[in-house]
Design a protein around this ligand. Structure first.
Ligand SMILES: C[S@@+](CC[C@H](N)C(=O)[O-])C[C@H]1O[C@@H](n2cnc3c(N)ncnc32)[C@H](O)[C@@H]1O
Length: 280
């Protein structure tokens, strides 16, 4: 059983980046629940599967960690709103450009995309931004899991007890989350004006090319922490390729990347972000 878990975990690592040691306990627990004959059939079919086979996709759905919530890492987002976004917007306006693109890679059910969209809109609405109306805004959320992307597209966020999407809204963002009573439950629906500027697409960070280019801001938070070094570097190269020169990459505080070709680290007490070199 141990050998089966290890072989499946290595196939996961190869295909989606998650380090084998992280998935082995989960796979072992799945195998425990099966009769010995069923274990063999199940594992053989997965080991022989293609990455887009429904059985493989169902299997990795059980392995993923989709945890996310609105305004996760609030101090980092506040730093973006107060320092990074104004710089990016100023640079766009100095060039006479009015397009602003954001890509959230590994966006799960979309809370991260809505959080950054609310902050971008606030920055553009300020006198320095010149007003939202003149901007061509685009927010792309991607994830490997088609199932979680369906949730993101539905954009229907229910305040359930416990680990819900609203568990840690910082004071500065409270105004955007006045719950709306809907069919007897507290539900938050995205701002329609922002939602129509959002797209959610499948994308595998370990092997797919960037889904768009000339991006001003890329967020890829709480994903690389699961990857081995080789896949983390491949993902960083893809994220960097999507950025326009001077564009910004934001990782999660625990993602722990030390070097990224073509990018320079911009350190601040509140956040570590990476900027694509102008000459790159
Ligand atoms: C822990 S969630 C983080 C969500 C969000 N970025 C946040 O910080 O709240 C990690 C997400 O990464 C996705 N993911 C895992 N491996 C991936 C890969 N190889 N390519 C794209 N997305 C991946 C998972 O499906 C999951 O939704």
């Amino acid at each position: 059983m141990e050998e089966t878990s290890t072989r499946l975990a290595h196939l996961i690592e190869e295909r989606i980046g998650m380090q084998a040691k992280l998935s082995i306990p989960r796979i072992a627990a799945m195998l425990e629940t099966m009769a010995p004959a069923a274990r063999q059939t199940w594992s053989k079919s997965l080991l022989d599967s293609q990455p887009d086979d429904p059985s493989w996709l169902d299997f990795i759905e059980d392995i993923f960690n989709h945890e996310t919530f609105f305004f996760r890492h609030p101090r980092q987002l506040q730093h973006l709103a107060e320092n990074v976004l104004p710089d990016l917007i100023r640079a766009r306006r100095q060039r006479g450009e009015t397009r602003f693109r954001v890509w959230c890679a590994g966006c799960s059910s979309g809370e991260e995309v809505h959080s950054i969209a609310l902050l971008v809109r606030q920055s553009l609405a300020s006198p320095e931004g010149g007003g939202v109306g003149q901007w061509d805004l685009e927010f792309l959320g991607t994830d490997l899991s088609s199932r979680i992307l369906d949730t993101a597209r539905r954009g229907h966020y229910v305040a359930s007890p416990g680990l819900n999407s609203f568990r840690d809204i910082p004071d500065y963002a409270q105004d955007w989350f006045r719950a709306v009573l809907h069919e007897g439950r507290d539900v938050w629906s995205p701002d329609p004006d922002l939602a129509r500027r959002m797209r959610f697409l499948p994308h595998n960070l370990t092997c797919d090319p960037p889904p768009l280019g000339d991006v001003d801001l890329v967020l890829c938070r709480n994903i690389l922490i699961y990857f081995n070094l080789r896949h983390a570097h491949a993902a960083i190269a893809t994220l960097a390729q999507a950025l326009r020169p001077g564009g910004i990459l934001v990782l999660g505080p625990a993602d722990g990347l030390r070097e990224a070709p073509g990018l320079e680290m911009v350190c601040d007490p509140q956040a570590v972000v990476w900027r694509k070199r102008e000459a790159a």
